[in-house]
Design a binder for this molecule. Structure first.
Ligand code: PLP
Length: 404
């Protein structure tokens, strides 16, 4: 019997404009020769070491990121992911301060491990009663949904800081391991606190000598425009910074930058088998070099402003948009039901599906799942931004019309 004829069908694969940046991990874009070459060159030399032995690429990357971080006497420890990075920050601050009490922000997301879910302030992802940490949640500076009524930015910020002080003084013993916050909340829907927020919060923390940990897993390395770390926009110097995602343009990487006195408490936990992997280190070095040599922070700032302007214009003709916010290429568009601030969740689903069917990938976030996250790689061009704006405009119009 003749074998059956195999018909090869050519399937047209869709091509997408990636405005979610691979969940903010594809920092400088797909298929960048400088990054690929660095990975290939390293892979022919050495695939693995560990944090047990220092290797050149680790030291080079640690020096590069320490030099670019607003941390005094910085020391760097490499791990494999954002969850592990935050977990490491908890290890070293709880050990240094002999306390398991942590202050986190409502709406924050810090990872999928036992300690990091405890600090996460989004229902569905957050703590169980078995949490190893005692977590108290402070207000996150989410201006659009202020619980303090109609205040200007200064008064709003002062109200958040007052609430923090009252919370420390009344509901806790005051001896905290750390305060952890994302400068712009990622999964929380790119909630972007006003400019004075972290200075005001940090002034309260300083009174109690509570270390500030800036979780820069999403906001790190230039994505917020103009500076390397998101917290620099707020003019404060944290005692520790956690990073991951974009630093190796999508390869597994994570780590903590901490003041020497904090990092010294880590000695008993200072080995990570795959942390500081040579391939990830090579990619990390190439990413930082690429950002510097192509002035991508400037591009993130420039295109980010262009996108925010375009989205605000779309908002003027479409009441589905309640708020447009962000910094650099971390832009949130919050969708609400007409004339209210009720989360427009079904409409958000429609916008995501319509945009995707037109070839545009964007993300979703927010405590109610009603925020579009627009966050392309830092190499995005103005022409690509215009194409995305055009697709977003029509997708939002369709979603608005369906439910008007
Ligand atoms: N911290 C923040 C701010 C994050 O956004 C994430 C992941 O999205 C994490 C920590 C956890 O990182 P990972 O998924 O690499 O464990």
């Amino acid at each position: 019997m003749q074998p059956p004829v195999r018909r090869v069908t050519h399937i047209e694969l869709p091509i997408y404009l990636d405005f979610f940046g691979g969940l903010l991990a594809t920092m400088v874009g797909h298929d960048i020769p400088e990054i690929t070459d660095a990975i290939q060159a390293q892979s022919s030399k050495m695939l693995h070491s560990s944090t047990l032995y220092l290797i050149r690429t680790q030291v080079e990357l640690a020096e590069k990121i320490a030099a670019r971080s607003p941390v005094d006497n910085p020391r760097v420890f490499f791990v494999n992911s954002g969850s592990e990075a935050v977990e490491t920050a908890f290890l070293l601050t709880t050990a240094a301060r002999r306390s398991n009490q942590v202050i986190a922000l409502r709406g924050g997301y810090h990872g999928r491990s036992f300690g990091t879910v405890a600090a996460t302030g989004i229902r569905g992802w957050s703590a169980t009663s078995l949490s190893p940490l005692q977590v108290t949640y402070a207000h996150n500076g989410y201006r659009y949904r202020s619980p303090f009524g109609h205040l200007d930015d200064n008064a709003f910020t002062a109200a958040c800081a007052d609430e923090l002080r009252t919370m420390i003084e009344t509901a806790t013993s005051g001896d905290f391991a750390c305060f952890i916050a994302e400068p712009i909340q990622g999964a929380g829907g790119f909630a972007t606190p006003p400019g004075g927020f972290f200075a005001a919060m940090n002034a309260v923390l300083a009174e109690y000598e509570i270390p500030l940990v800036s979780d820069e897993v999403q906001s790190g390395w230039g994505r917020t425009g103009r500076s390397y770390l998101g917290i620099e926009h707020y003019g404060v110097r944290p005692q520790a910074i956690t990073f991951a995602k974009g630093l190796a343009n999508g390869l597994s990487i994570g780590g903590v930058i901490a003041e020497e006195s904090l990092m010294n408490s880590l000695t008993a936990n200072s080995i990570s088998t795959a942390g500081g992997n040579p391939i990830s280190m090579a990619a990390g070095n190439a990413v930082i070099d690429f950002i510097d040599s192509h002035d991508l922070q400037h591009n993130a700032d420039d295109i980010g402003r262009h996108l925010i302007r375009g989205l605000k214009l779309i908002a003027e003709r479409n009441p589905l948009i309640g708020d447009v916010r962000g910094s650099g290429l971390m832009i949130g568009v919050e969708l609400v039901e007409h004339g209210t601030k009720n989360p427009a969740v079904a409409e958000t689903n429609t916008v995501l599906a319509e945009a995707r069917s037109r070839g545009l990938l964007i993300g979703r976030g927010g405590i109610h799942g009603n925020v579009l996250r627009v966050t392309p790689p830092m190499t995005v061009t103005r022409a690509e931004a215009d194409e995305a704006l055009q697709i977003l405009g029509s997708s939002i119009e369709i979603a608005g019309a369906l439910t008007a």
